[in-house]
Design a protein around this ligand. Structure first.
Ligand code: NOJ
Length: 734
């Protein structure tokens, strides 16, 4: 055990932003170290495995021999400290281990799932949440988190959409960069910083049929204009590592893909951190049909530029023979080892980085308040007929019904390894606290979201009948989203729709709150509800955030970061699609034209578009102005609009800025998000919101594969969502 004093000293060093060493010093140290390393020791650095529970003698020996460069997930702080002591003091070269863990949306304090966080459109708050997660996780000896995940997903069947930052590459990039800054802090060497990991590189979210781990086909122009963009933003924010994905990408699995890793990431983007494979993804090159055997898998992984192999052991088992036989250039091994050591140096691991504090402190007030605020900002009000919400706190009696009203584990969501379940405050707790127990009738109706039994309905209907309003908490359990949790239906599982139908008959009014890890389809339930609030899996403090929104302490300000389909058959559906030669129209003469791109049995428009969300007031957008009809390639253009709060409550609004290029060397999306701003307006208040545009904002990978803006005509919107708002135009000229 390390005395607290040592830790306090290191914390101070961290707080002062002291770097372990300058970049040049680090490179010199790496040079000096690499020449002393044996090939086995190098391959050891390139190998990661799960933490050997209870540190057996065999594990201790392996650490002494430099068999592993890294361990992932689990291990108590004391075990980690002991493993590190052996690595540093008893291995030949004293190279420290790096401990990685999935700290995805909080550690002890659980923040909303990333998809929920992205609905906040609040990069600074997202950064602060990641900072708190880093503080809590680093206190137990974790150095490195496998986050943020920035896969663009356009298919809600894919369970990992819960871990994503939405469907838009710009928004996802801004938020991913914010998370990187939050995890990594001012300096990686600070005791409370975590190295971040941009994952899953790349294309994983385009999985066919929404089935996890499935194949992806993404033409290069789409890969570069959409899927790679958030990764570039993470790289520019200084992310320390990348994780290669499980998927086959255009016939070459992402974990053996020289084009995406060596060419794009290393050669084009000059990334100098290290690349880790996903879990056993190197050995999976064999099942993909890309590698003939383990030797071939090691060869292809290393050649692609995947520096560290997670869990499978092909690099270590086969790397030596590959080099000795001349099939693998030893320089590639050195490059990989250097990248790994570089991050270990930057983390200060060679310089006595602070060791874990033995027992993590309870969640701080700051952590809980940030979790509450982020949960509150992630809430999206989808419907509010006749101003049904907010409810008055003077209301007589409410019924709280539904399987998600009081389910702490489900409220935390997917990927929670250390979340403190006892600290979770559920909506039921908070509504009771707010109104007093006597005014709250509680009946779950169903045991969980998949329950198909109607046994609990009678009690739920009793509760509904005696109440002045019903708060119905529906959705999905945490286990229905996340890794390996694809669904072939997007409806509310179990007997939830039947429960809602029966409760709606008995209730006046029925307010539905949905807790889920993905966009669901719930048209009928929404029809029967006076109001619908989408809460995602909101984390530890979801209860207070939801109760405060329902009873009007704050106006919801979350906006959808993914398109919500009307029905599964519309998937994939996303706002930044191309126009087609025969676009469908909702109104005008073309609306009746059969030969346009639409369905016979459902509208072509989504249930709720990207960017959508209501508030407890009404915002009016007007007076869109473009500063000039023309912008030159080197020039700037100002676009502004007036936003007025035309309702009777104060609220935040997320003002969204979109463009469309009407013709170019490759077709461009019907709208693309360029910027956004959160404004706060009191009733009757109006504000002019201005965005500045330059040609570089309009650049895209064109028909020649170059990143450049092209002259042409543009439409531009300042809008409350991706499907409305006043429009202007301008020309981009040479
Ligand atoms: C597999 C997951 O795909 C990845 O996201 C995670 O970081 C690793 N396992 C490590 O747990």
């Amino acid at each position: 055990m390390i005395p607290r004093l040592a830790c306090a000293g290191a914390l101070l060093a961290g707080a002062l932003g002291l770097q372990a060493a300058t970049p040049a010093e680090i490179e010199r140290k790496i040079d000096a170290l690499v020449v002393r390393m044996t090939l086995e020791e190098k391959l050891g650095q390139m190998s990661q495995t799960t933490f050997p529970g209870s540190l057996t003698d065999q594990a201790r020996d392996q650490i002494r021999q430099g068999r592993w460069g890294s361990f992932l997930n689990a291990g108590t702080p004391q075990e980690k400290a002991e493993a590190q002591r052996i690595a540093v003091k008893e291995s030949r070269l004293g190279i420290p281990l790096i401990f990685g863990q999935d700290v995805i949306h909080g550690y002890q304090t659980v923040f909303p799932i990333p998809l929920g966080q992205s609905a906040s459109w609040d990069p600074d708050l997202v950064r602060r949440a990641a900072r708190i997660a880093a503080r809590e996780a680093s206190a137990v000896g974790i150095h490195w988190t496998f986050a943020p995940m920035m896969d663009i997903a356009r298919d809600p069947r894919w369970g990992r959409i819960a871990e994503s930052l939405g469907e838009d590459p710009y928004l996802a990039g801004v938020l991913a960069a914010a998370m990187v800054r939050g995890f990594q802090g001012e300096s990686l060497a600070a005791a409370d910083s975590l190295a971040a990991c941009a994952k899953h590189y790349v294309g994983y979210g385009a999985t066919e049929g929404g089935r996890d781990y499935n194949t992806t086909w993404i033409p290069e122009v789409l890969l570069r204009n959409v899927y790679l963009r958030p990764f570039r933003a993470a790289r520019d924010a200084g992310v320390a590592s990348f994780m290669t994905a499980f998927n086959d990408l255009n016939g070459v699995p992402a974990s053996g893909n020289q084009f995406t890793v060596r060419q794009v990431l290393r050669d084009e983007w000059k990334f100098d951190g290290f690349v880790v494979s996903d879990y056993t993804a190197i050995e999976e090159l064999i099942a993909h049909g890309y590698a003939a055997d383990q030797t071939d898998a090691a060869l292809k992984g290393i050649r692609a530029g995947v520096d560290m192999e997670m869990v499978s052991t092909d690099y270590y088992d086969r790397g030596k023979a590959l080099v000795e036989s001349g099939r693998l250039d030893a320089k590639l091994i050195d490059q990989s080892v250097r990248s790994i050591l570089r991050i270990k140096y930057r983390l200060g691991l060679f310089d006595g980085r602070a060791q874990p504090v033995p027992t993590p402190a309870a969640a701080s007030a700051d952590a809980l308040e940030t979790a509450r605020k982020l949960a509150a900002e992630s809430l999206v009000l989808l419907k509010n007929q006749d101003g049904a919400l907010p409810l008055a706190k003077s209301i007589g009696k409410v019924a709280v019904i539904g399987p998600l009203a009081d389910s702490p584990v489900d409220q935390m969501g997917t990927w929670v390894l250390a979340g403190d379940v006892k600290a979770v405050r559920t909506p039921l707790n908070e509504i009771r606290r707010m109104l007093g127990e006597a005014r709250v009738a509680w009946a779950p109706g169903l045991k969980n979201s998949r329950d198909t039994s109607h046994e609990g309905f009678a009690a739920a209907l009793d509760a509904a009948r005696g109440a002045d309003a019903v708060l119905l908490f529906l959705g999905e359990e945490a286990s229905l989203s996340g890794e390996a949790s694809a669904r072939a239906f997007l409806n509310l599982p179990g007997a939830q729709e039947e429960l809602a139908a029966e409760v709606a008959q008995a209730a006046r009014p029925m307010i539905t709150v949905i807790l889920a890890g993905r966009p669901l389809t719930f048209h009928e339930v929404a029809e029967k509800s006076k109001a619908v609030l989408y809460a995602w899996h909101p984390g530890s403090m979801g209860g207070p955030a939801i109760a405060e929104a329902l009873f009007g302490d704050a106006s919801p300000s979350g906006r959808l970061s993914t398109t919500f389909p009307r029905t599964l058959g519309q998937v994939p559906i996303y706002y930044d699609h191309m126009n087609t030669g025969r676009p469908a129209a909702e109104s005008g003469t073309e609306a009746a034209n059969k030969y346009t791109s639409k369905y016979l049995d459902v509208s072509f428009t989504p249930e709720y578009p990207f960017g959508y969300g209501l508030a407890y007031t009404r915002f009016e957008y007007s007076n869109l102005k473009v500063s000039a009809p023309r912008m030159s390639m080197g020039g700037k253009l100002m676009v502004s609009a007036e936003i007025a709060n035309a309702g009777s409550r104060e609220s935040d609004e997320i003002v969204q800025f979109y463009t469309r290029q009407l013709a170019a060397s490759v077709t461009r999306p019907v709208r693309e998000l360029r910027a956004f701003r959160r404004v706060h307006l009191k009733p009757g208040e109006r504000q002019t919101v201005e965005f500045t545009l330059s040609a570089s904002d309009l650049a895209f990978y064109n028909a020649r594969g170059q990143l450049a803006a092209e002259p042409g005509k543009f439409d531009v919107w300042i809008a409350p969502d991706s499907a409305s708002g006043p429009m202007g135009t301008f020309d981009l000229v040479r």
